[in-house]
Structures are given as structure tokens and as C-alpha cells.
Write a protein that binds this ligand. Structure first.
Ligand code: PEP
Ligand code: MG
Length: 311
């Protein structure tokens, strides 16, 4: 049993019957890469842009991206383009003061006003990708419509980046996941922001933590919509919010048809063990039971009832 347990705590993510669910890392720089990871599911690039009066140059960006790509030869690395906005004000963006920064010019929306920030970044990612053999995917934050996805994918193609996707963080995009996915190679659901915008509850507000619970039925319904769109289109749909790091919730996500889970590297071993202890059919039964639950408490109980190991 001990040998079995140890075998389960290493290697690529898979269910007990061998169905792969890639377990990827959320990082902000090469320094965050610790432990055994299959790749990077969310490379947050904000770090490069913070606390400075000018944007990072092409060369500076190429160096930073190449450091990460070279650390994981041959692996998949999903780079997220700059997710800045009025709540993380960058002086060189010259964004106006906004009464509701979370609902303003942030994420991909910055490209409406200052397109050069995005095109410079895409050019640098492409140059760094060309200098290594990493499998570089690129995705945009805060996409709300299929048209925004189409415009982003076109920009990526123009820069010779072959795999372009979008984050699903806005309920509108989750509700129209199939249409959005028509214009992207993959989706990655950011459940932190998707919860915030679905429940109109600031993600930093501890008093509203009950609304931001990933087991909330409305969030799970939106995740199901995204996963179903991926299954239908035969395209990958991952999750890179905090919810992916919950070993029990990971079973629900796998059962819905989510193809990869990205989290802080330290959270990977527990999720790997949980998946390895359940077959894909068991995950599907758990997801089905959870989808019928009217509250987070009922959803957790339904998952436990559908899995002998969770009881
Ligand atoms: C998210 O919103 O779930 C996400 C992964 O992005 P961030 O936490 O960087 O906003
Ligand atoms: Mg986000």
C-alpha cells in the first residue's frame, strides 16, 4: 500500500483508470518553480511591469520569458498577457480614475487604449519561445465576448504564436463558452475572478467568503458550461483559480470534463493523490451528484455520498 501511495504521489496527473488530467503550476517567475511539475498553467507576467514608470523593453521581456521557458524544456507553458488595470495602476498606461476599477479598463481591455503594450508583449513571448523548445501557449485575461477572443487570437497568429486561448473570468464568457471557444484554441477558467463577478462579491472581502466558495452551485454551473464546450469542440479547458487546488473539488472538475488543473506547486501532490484514488467514472458520478445540489454544503455532502473515499 505504501509503494502504491508513493507511486500515486509522483508523475503526471491521472485518474485511477489512467485518464490524464495535467497538473500544472501557477507561477510569477522562474523562482516559483519548485517540486515536480508537468508544466505551467498560469504564468502571471504582472511582476515585470510593477513599480516602474516605463514598460519593460522587448529585450527585458525576452530574457524574463526565456528564463521560465528554459527551466522546463519541452513542457507546456501557458503565458498570460498582462493583467493590469485601474486597481493595479501602471503609470505608463495613463488610465483614468475609475469609480469601479474592477469593472473598468483592466486585463485585455487595456489593449483598447494602449494596443502597443499587448503587441510588444506578444512579440517578446514569440521571440523567447523561438529561442527554446518549450510548448508555449498564450492567453488573455478578462475576456467577455467571442469578438474579444477572436481579436486576441488574431494578434497571436500575427506574431507567429500558434496556440492562443482566453481566460474565462467573466460570467458572460462562461455562458457563451462555445462561441468563445470557436475563436480560441483553449480556455482556462479563472475561478477567483469568475466567482467575484458571478456573485458581485469582491474577492478580497473576507466577510463575503461564503459567496466566494467554489462549491457554490452557480459557479459549478458555469464551470460545467465551459467544460461541456471543450468536450463538444474537442479543445482543452483548464482551471487555474484557487478552486483547482482543492483535492475534492478537483474530482468534480475532472468529472465535468476539465482537462487540466493549475495551482501553486505546493498544492499539486494532494490533488495528484486524490485523482489517482478515483476512476473517471467515479469523478463523473461525483460531478453529476454535485450539479444537482442547491448549496455549497449540499454539494460537499453530495460529493462525499458519491465517493466511498470522501466519506
Ligand atoms: C483567477 O482570476 O482565478 C486567476 C487565476 O487570475 P488572478 O488570480 O491572477 O486574477
Ligand atoms: Mg483573474
Amino acid at each position: 500500500a505504501e509503494i502504491e501511495r508513493r507511486a500515486r504521489s509522483r508523475g503526471p496527473g491521472r485518474t485511477a483508470d489512467g485518464h490524464p488530467i495535467a497538473l500544472l503550476a501557477n507561477i510569477g517567475s522562474a523562482r516559483d518553480l519548485t517540486g515536480e511539475v508537468e508544466g505551467v498553467g498560469l504564468f502571471r507576467t504582472e511582476l515585470l511591469y510593477l513599480d516602474r514608470s516605463d514598460p519593460p523593453s522587448h529585450e527585458e521581456q525576452v530574457t524574463a520569458y526565456r528564463d521560465v521557458f528554459a527551466a522546463l524544456p519541452g513542457s507546456k507553458i501557458v503565458v498570460r498577457t498582462l493583467d493590469a488595470g485601474a486597481d493595479k495602476p501602471l503609470p505608463f498606461l495613463r488610465l483614468a480614475d475609475e469609480p469601479n476599477p474592477a469593472l473598468g479598463i483592466r486585463g485585455l481591455r487595456v489593449a483598447r487604449q494602449t494596443p502597443s503594450v499587448l503587441t510588444t508583449q506578444l512579440a517578446a513571448i514569440a521571440a523567447a519561445a523561438a529561442a527554446t523548445d518549450a510548448d508555449v501557449w498564450v492567453m488573455a485575461p478578462m475576456v467577455a465576448t467571442a469578438a474579444e477572443a477572436a481579436a486576441f487570437t488574431e494578434s497571436c497568429r500575427e506574431h507567429g504564436l500558434p496556440t492562443a486561448g482566453v481566460m474565462i473570468e467573466v460570467p458572460a464568457a462562461a455562458l457563451c463558452a462555445s462561441q468563445v471557444l470557436c475563436h480560441a484554441d483553449f480556455l482556462s477558467v479563472g475561478t477567483n475572478d469568475l466567482s467575484q463577478y458571478t456573485f458581485a462579491a469582491d474577492r478580497m472581502c473576507g466577510d463575503l467568503a461564503d459567496l466566494l466558495d467554489p462549491w457554490q452551485p452557480a459557479l459549478i454551473a458555469l464551470l460545467a458550461s465551459c467544460a461541456a464546450a471543450g468536450v463538444e469542440a474537442g479543445k482543452p479547458v483548464g482551471v487555474c483559480g484557487e478552486s483547482a487546488a482543492d483535492p475534492d473539488f478537483a474530482l468534480v472538475l475532472a468529472g465535468l470534463g476539465i482537462t487540466s488543473l493549475s495551482m501553486a506547486p505546493r498544492s499539486i501532490p494532494a490533488v495528484r493523490e486524490s485523482l489517482a484514488a478515483h476512476t473517471l467514472d467515479e469523478c463523473r458520478r461525483i460531478a453529476e451528484a454535485v450539479l444537482a445540489a442547491p448549496s455549497p454544503e449540499a454539494a460537499r455532502a453530495a460529493a462525499a455520498g458519491a465517493s466511498p473515499q470522501l466519506r
